[in-house]
Structures are given as C-alpha cells and as structure tokens.
Design a protein around this ligand. Structure first.
Ligand SMILES: *Cc1c(COP(=O)(O)O)cnc(C)c1O
Length: 731
C-alpha cells in the first residue's frame, strides 16, 4: 500500500526546485512560516488566489515563474535551507519521544476523530473539536509520537456562509476539488485507489482511502463517494454530522468500523486507540469482534480493548451525545451482535445510558464502558463529566468517578503569528536556539519581557490593520461583483476604525455560547460603543449549524443590530468564519470575548489562540479560563445564573468591565501614544498562556499519564514500569 504524488501534473516545475512539490503535499509547510514565504515569493498573486493552497498554486503557476525562481540566487538559497530543514524534520535522528522513550519499540497510537481541522484548504472540520484534533496530530508530529489518524473526506465540508440583507444565514455548498488539494490517493497493489469494505453490512458499504501528510503523521480519510456504493450510501461522507438519524448512524458505522478496518488493511500495528469524542466509538466494537472471532472470550476481549483505549469527551451539551434508537440499531447490528456472541439485550446494554435506559444506544456511555482511560478537557469539565456520568459507576461517589482531565492546548507554531515569532527571535537569548521545539517551557517565554513596549505594540497594530484590510477587501470584491446589498456594507465592517478599541467574538453560533449577551441593554451598549473619547467596536463571526434555527435567529438578531445606524458601523458581523478568518481575528482584535452559559463550555480553545498573541481575554470563568486567568492576563466574568427577569448578571458585569476598566486602560496613553499598562497585560497574557496552553503540553500529559499504562495492557505483561521502553512491544 502506498501513496504517490501525481508528479506528472507538475511537469512544468524545474528539477532544481522540484522539491516544492513534495513540500506542497506535506502540511509541515503550514506551520513553518519561512516555508510559506517561499511559496508566496514564487507567485504572490496565485498564492492569494489559491487561498494559500500550494498544490493548487503550483498547478496554476505558468512556467516562466518557475524559471525566474530557479535562476534567482536569493530564492535558491532560501529553498535549499527550507528543504534541508524539511528533510531533517521528516527523518529525525532525535525527537522528544525518541529521547524520552528510547529503544526498542514503536508504540503507535491510532487517533480517530469525526473532524480534523489541519488547514483551511481541507474542509474537514466544523469547529473547535476538529481544530483541536488537527492541533493534536501536529503536536504528535513535532514530538515524534508515532501516530496514525483516521477521519472523513468530507468533499462538501465547505458550507460557505452567506448572510442575506435581512440577516438570515444561507449556506452555499462548495465541492472540494480533490485534485487541487493536498490529499493523495492511497493505492492498492494494482495501482488503483484502495477501497475497503465495511464489515458485516448488507447491502455493503465501501470506502475509498485518501491520505493527508501532516508532518510525520499520516491522516487517512474515508470517502464513500464511489461507484461501488449504492447511491444512497455515496453521500455518507459528503458532509459533517448529517442530521437525519439513520444517515448519522451510517456515518458513525463507517467511521468506527470502517476506520478500524482501514487501519487493519493498511497493515498498521497500533498499541492503543484514542477516540476524540464518541462519534468513532464503534471502532471499539470492531476491536472486540476481531478478538472474539479469533477465539477470545468476551470478557477477555473486553478487558484487552478497554485496557488499550483512551476516550476523550468534549462537551456537556446533551445534543452532542449521539443516541441511536433500538429499531435502527437492530437494522444495522443484528448480524454484528451474533458475531460477538451476545444476546441482543446484552448488546444494547453496552450502550445504555443510565439516565435514560430505554432511549437506545448512547455512543458516549458505550465509549466510557469500553475504555479504561477517559478524560474531560479542562479541570472544571472533568468535574462536570464526573457528575454527569456518575451513574455509570454506581459504586463510586461523584468525586471518585474515574474520569480524569487533560486541559486542551493549541498548536503554537500554527497559531502564534509569525510577526510575534520573529520578534521573539530577535530578543531570544542565544542559549535557546531551538526555542521553537521547546515552546511548552515557560522560561523560554520570559523573553517577552525583553521586548520593548513600542515594538510589541507596533506589531499588534500591524496585525490589527491586516484584519481590517482583510475584512474590507472581501467586502469590496463582493460589492464589485454586484453580489451585495448596500445595507450589508455597514453591517460587515466597512466602517471599522483601526484606532478604536476592538472586541472580537468568533465561534460557532450554538445557543449556549450566548453571542447576543451584550445586546441585553441596548441603551447601555449604545453609550459604550458611541463614547466620543473612548469608542468601542465589536466584530462578530461564526456559522450556525444549517439545521439550528435558534442559532440562526441569534445570528440574525446580531446582524440586524450591526445594520442599525444607531451603532454607527461600530458593530460588525463578518461572513464565513473558518480557520483562515480565525487566524486574522485571534491576531488582530484587541480583546477576545467569550460569554458561554457557565458549565457548558468544556474548554474552549480560541481564547488560547488569542491570548498567546497578546490579545486579552474577557471571558466567563468557565472551561480553560478558570485555569488560565491569573488576575493580570485578562478579565474574568463570574458566570452567574440568569434570573427570570431583568438584565442577566453576566451582561451587567460585562458592561461594567468594558466601561470602567477595559476602555479606560486601553485609552490611557503616554506621550508616545502607547498604552504601557495595556502592553504589560499583553506580555503577561503571552507568557502565561503560550507554554501552558500549547498542544505539546497537552500531548505530553496524555503520553506520560495514559500511554504507559495502555502499553502495559497492550502487551499483557501487567508489569509496573518506569517508561514505555520497558514493555511496549507492537502486537
Ligand atoms: C479555534 C477554533 C474554534 C474553537 O473556538 P471556541 O469556541 O473557543 O472553542 C472554532 N472554529 C475555528 C475555525 C477555530 O479555529
């Protein structure tokens, strides 16, 4: 089984710089700013036109650009350096993992997720869960942790958001051009694309297999859009989270059981499986079945599967936990159940939710039962999950329920803006030449104090300008294409003022996120926004799920306020939030606002991205911010429950903070026009957030806390061990 870059499509690229093609097909380039600069230098216009997709750009760039580059000594010098770095990265003599767990064994982790956000050219994510999964595998690559990832090829994953003049969200689908994206066909021995049949389904479902190379980690993607499938099954992988329940079930069968089968077919030996949320939990069923078919007893098989499985639960929101009714389960799992040697009732009991026994097969409850290691994604969420799932462990009081936590983190090289990165380079002590590989180490970040206030402030202003320019340019193009209503121009940020304090809010428009909290008291908001000396503006962005009417209503309400002349164009809603716009926003606003209903935000990650760029968090104390807030790196809102009437206490506190603390601090300038106290907070934010909320801190926790114990089970030795090298042999 192999993948091959379709080199014949790049015949116009000269030999001397042909390595660019290899670089384009490995997302390594996307978190090494010097590599993206190389693509940009080759062909600036096409780089922009392709929305930073080098595969497309290299295909569409005329030969003369390559000829010019291949004879330009400056370009060649950069090219050689970057290709050298790339090759060294891909074939390391040492990695963190190899150093800490030296020796004999490759321990491989299979990491399954229904979404992966690795780059905006690959629309395989809906929001935070997917971006987290992408950041997780990038960190695995950086640390050299042997990992294979499995997810879906959602060809219609792009639902572009278009807001009509009345504020209503319309979704416009765009189909991924597989040949112009950094994805490769996995080929079978005959040189055709590998197709795998999902076991035990009638009529059968097949998946074609693709691969995205994420540094050293391969991400395999399942695609049902192939001729072998019945028409109704081809659409299984078209989009994320199909609403209709039977389609959703088929999707999860394909991901879990099909995903496991694909790993097997590829001949990958893994020691442990890590499920990122419950959608892929049927994989554990398939692991059970394989062992039972091979002659193990059910109990023995269950102990082995549990002992080698890690399950991370990501949300307390009930609607996010899939439950499949019994009649549907029976349609797909009757055969399956008998091959496990279970009665139907025993089978259904594996997925019984103790809160609601008759409801059907609950994927989260099943994943908990079938894994020995499970965690929430922040300290608080660990508590919430223990309380929520205590009935699964009736013998334990809540505080003894075996659900742990590992607080999320984000991939610093992806989310730290390169301008800030270069600033750090300039002031970094030469004793840390490799600081980029050590970015979860807090001492590295003390360098921030060396940076003069005016330099950090200047970079921040530059990033703010980039955001505003991006907003205007998009709007201008749309207007020029006669595709926009005049009323939308003000609403979508044309009147934003770069010198005004700017507060950003961007995330999915789920109801619990309370995007509309600041609109509780319009007169108060009016005073804040239109303050003559200290104006405040708000930029909103985010998509509602296409089936979420409530989310769309909240969005519409905000959009209509943004159109209202009363707010003077200082409230904006920017269309079509995605990973790329997220970059602009978390770098370019002054304050990052987050106002979820308390206890509903398991972690949240966009605030980490903002905070490490010196954008100050203003957030309800929930999720990660309970741990992250230190009194000097942003502002905290207590998160008090709503009362039946009047203004919500959280809204009140938000107004008070903005009016009495945030705006005065921002506008208190010295002679040099720099708000030094504000910059001090920015520095504190970067220093306190970047190392602690980095994905390598997170991954190291998973590795040191869970993976060794998993290995003990994997090898059946049961031995206590000092490190993985003791017992981790591939099975
Ligand atoms: C980081 C990120 C998120 C997650 O945002 P939170 O609401 O803070 O969890 C969602 N969407 C995109 C595109 C992101 O980059």
């Amino acid at each position: 089984m192999k993948t091959e870059i379709p080199y014949d499509r790049f015949a116009h690229v000269p030999e001397r710089i042909f390595g660019l093609v290899d670089l384009a097909y490995n997302l390594w380039w996307s978190w090494h700013s010097s590599a993206s600069v190389l693509f940009k230098q080759l062909n600036r216009e096409e780089w922009k036109m392709s929305r930073h997709n080098p595969v497309r750009m290299l295909q569409d760039t005329p030969p003369r650009y390559f000829e010019r580059a291949a004879t330009n000594p400056e370009f060649l010098r950069r090219y050689d350096i970057i290709m050298h770095r790339f090759r060294q990265y891909m074939e390391p003599r040492t990695s963190w993992f190899a150093q800490h767990y030296p020796g004999r064994v490759p321990l491989t982790i299979a990491y399954l997720s229904s979404e992966f956000g690795v780059h905006h050219s690959l629309p395989f994510y809906a929001g935070g869960l997917g971006v987290l999964a992408g950041d997780h595998i990038k960190a695995a690559s950086d640390l050299g942790v042997p990992t294979v990832a499995v997810g879906f090829m959602y060809a219609e994953g792009y639902l572009h958001q278009h807001i009509e003049a009345n504020g209503w969200q319309k979704n416009v689908a765009e189909i991924l051009d597989r040949d112009a994206a950094p994805v490769l066909r996995v080929l079978d021995d005959n040189g055709r694309q590998l197709v795998v049949q999902v076991p035990l389904l009638d009529p059968p479902i097949h998946v074609a297999v693709w691969k995205v190379q994420v540094g050293r980690v391969p991400l395999y993607l399942l695609d049902t859009h192939i001729d072998e499938n019945l028409p109704e099954n081809r659409s299984i992988s078209h989009r994320l989270y199909l609403k209709e329940i039977e389609s959703r079930l088929r999707q999860e069968v394909v991901l879990g059981i099909g995903g496991r089968k694909v790993i097997h077919t590829l001949g990958i030996d893994y020691s442990a499986m890590h499920l990122n949320e419950g959608h892929s939990a049927f994989a554990l069923l398939e692991r059970l079945r394989e062992r039972i078919v091979a002659g193990m007893s059910f109990e023995e098989a269950r102990e082995q599967v549990r002992g080698t499985s890690i399950f991370t639960t990501h949300t307390p929101v009930p609607a996010a936990h899939d439950v499949f009714p019994e009649d549907l389960m029976s349609k797909y799992f009757r055969n399956y159940c008998s091959s496990l040697g279970l009665t139907w009732d025993e089978f259904m009991a594996l997925g019984e939710d103790p809160h609601n026994p008759g409801a059907g097969f609950n994927m989260t409850a099943f994943a908990f039962r079938m894994s020995r290691f499970h965690n929430g994604v922040s300290k608080k969420h660990g508590e919430v999950a223990r309380e929520m799932w205590q009935p699964l462990w009736p013998e334990h009081p809540v505080e003894k329920v075996p659900i742990d936590y590992v607080t999320n983190g984000v991939h610093v090289p992806t989310w730290l803006n390169h301008r800030i990165e270069w600033l750090i380079d300039r002031y970094m002590d030469p004793i840390h030449p490799d600081w980029r590989e050590d970015y979860d180490n807090p001492t590295i970040w003390e360098v921030i104090d060396e940076i003069p206030d005016e330099e950090l402030w200047r970079e921040h202003q530059w990033l703010k300008m980039k955001l505003f320019a991006r907003i205007r340019e998009r709007k201008r193009l749309k207007w020029a294409g006669h595709r926009d209503e005049p009323a939308n121009l003000a609403a979508e940020g044309l009147m934003l003022d770069t010198s005004a304090l700017t507060i950003g809010f961007a995330r999915r428009f789920a109801e619990y996120k309370r995007a509309d909290l600041i609109f509780q008291d319009l007169d108060r908001l009016d005073r804040i926004v239109n303050n003559r000396w200290r104006p405040v503006q708000f930029i909103f962005a985010g998509k509602a799920h296409p089936a979420d009417e409530r989310g769309k209503q909240i969005l519409q309400r905000i959009y209509l306020y943004a159109q209202d002349p009363r707010f003077g164009g200082r409230i904006a809603f920017v269309e079509d939030y995605d990973e790329q716009l997220a970059h602009y926003m978390v770098h370019g606003v002054d304050v990052w606002m987050n106002t979820p209903v308390p206890l509903m935000e398991a972690s949240g990650t966009s605030g980490m991205k903002a905070g490490m760029n010196g954008v100050l968090n203003l957030s309800v104390l929930d999720g990660w911010w309970i741990e992250g807030y230190n009194g000097r790196n942003g502002w905290a809102i207590e998160g008090r429950p709503a009362t039946m009437e009047g203004i919500e206490p959280d809204a009140e506190m938000l107004y008070d903070l903005i009016e009495n603390e945030i705006a005065p601090l921002y506008y208190s300038r010295t002679m040099d026009d720099i708000p030094h106290k504000w910059v001090r907070m920015m520095k504190e934010s970067i220093k306190s957030i970047a190392p602690q909320y980095s994905s390598i801190r997170m991954l190291k926790e998973y590795i040191t806390r869970y993976y060794p114990s998993v290995c003990t089970y994997a090898t059946g030795s049961g031995r206590q061990m000092a490190g993985l090298e003791e017992v981790c042999l591939p099975r």
